[in-house]
Design a protein around this ligand. Sequence first.
Ligand code: DC
Length: 223
Amino acid sequence: MKKDLKNLVIAIDGPAGAGKTTVAKALASRLEIPYFSTGAMYRALALKCLRSGKNPENKDDAEQIAKSAKLSLKYANGKQSVILDGEDVTDMLYSDQISVGASQISVHKYVREKMVDIQRQVANQQNVIMDGRDIGSVVLPMAKYKFYLDADVNVRAKRRYDELLSKGSQISFEEVLQDMKERDFRDKNRDISPLIVCDDAVVIDSTNLSVEQVVDEFISKIK
Ligand code: DC
């Protein structure tokens, strides 16, 4: 399905594990435009922070990391890559520790401003599907289509748990659930650009839907 591709900007926000990136990928393939998962950028900063022995919750540490990080997003052959200081770190970003660190480092003003700048530059150059927490509200408020993808927290935690298990993680379901609840709280209650449902967003609940059903729901709204 190829749409009129002029100025096609699609913003997808929602809590962790709702399926945003999976849907963004599938839509990107159906619409033949790139997707960018902005959480990967905060994850890359968390990786740099933890590698440097710094604390993502500490404002000065977080700023120093964000200032010194050379971060870029690439999209090729249906896959997004994150380049951090010249290194492709894409496959190092999805542990539970990095998920928590990304949520912690993302509360800081300087960090957010720098990431938003890069994200806007990426979206200015092309049609995109971008997912995150503040895409419809802050990064791309003029997006033609805005979605808020949600799901029950137990279902989201189970999806993330299965994903971590398949990668050989030893973490328990209870830990994943607890981390996800804390992450939800932090992402929704931080002072700067918290996760909100925009007035003009279409809300889709993926709790009882398969990936295909969710993608079909999205496609039906993109006219
Ligand atoms: O989407 P994700 O799970 O990869 O995001 C990881 C963390 O990054 C998330 O808990 C909060 C932060 N984040 C953000 O603050 N703003 C975004 N646009 C994307 C992610």
